[in-house]
Design a protein around this ligand. Structure first.
Ligand code: GDP
Ligand code: MG
Length: 163
């Protein structure tokens, strides 16, 4: 059985960087595929021997400030509903923000399987943010650096049981 992983979180935390890393050269852009809009980018993900569908919540970059909050909420709800499992990403260097808390609330209510990822975790500048992430009530955060490819083994361990 294969599964669908949705990467959600506020803008600029590193979602697309992780998406690109998981999809690698197997990128299948599916703008024209029925049921998938440009706001949700879908690709064929691969991590070790695990294959899955990965969904990136893109399309927030061009929203103006007034509409951003509602747009984030709606897009995230759509991604959660099409996914078997959500990877909720925060920026460990920035720490937990009120917007992250809004996302956590959506996920606690709407998704029954969430992996919490504390991204940008390379180096000690992220240590405080990783500890703060426990306050989101979504369990132990996975320390990731999507840009540098760190923590992918821990992500693998989280995905393996459902693969
Ligand atoms: P998105 O808006 O959540 O999709 O975030 P992006 O993937 O576009 O990344 C936002 C910014 O964070 C870019 O400048 C990335 O290069 C940077 N970034 C992504 N992952 C990491 C990471 O692991 N460490 C650091 N230091 N920067 C990162
Ligand atoms: Mg993005």
């Amino acid at each position: 059985m294969s599964f669908t992983l949705a990467i959600v979180g506020r803008p600029n935390v590193g979602k697309s960087t992780l998406f690109n890393r998981l999809v690698g050269r197997r990128l299948a852009l599916v703008d024209d595929q029925p049921g998938v809009t440009r706001d949700l980018r879908e690709g064929e993900g691969k991590l070790g021997d695990i294959r899955f569908t990965v969904v990136d919540t893109a399309g927030l970059e061009d929203a103006n400030d007034d509409s951003l909050q509602g747009r984030m909420r709606r897009l995230t709800e759509r991604a959660v509903d099409m996914a078997d499992i959500c990877l909720f990403m925060i920026d460990a260097r920035a720490g937990v923000t009120p917007t992250d808390e809004m996302f956590a609330e959506i996920l606690r209510k709407r998704s029954d399987h969430v992996i919490l990822a504390a991204n940008k975790s390379e180096g000690s500048a992220a240590d405080a943010g990783v500890i703060e992430a426990y306050s989101l009530g979504l369990g132990e955060p996975v320390r990731l650096s999507a840009e540098h490819g760190e923590g992918m083994n821990d992500l693998y361990s989280q995905l393996m049981p459902i693969a």
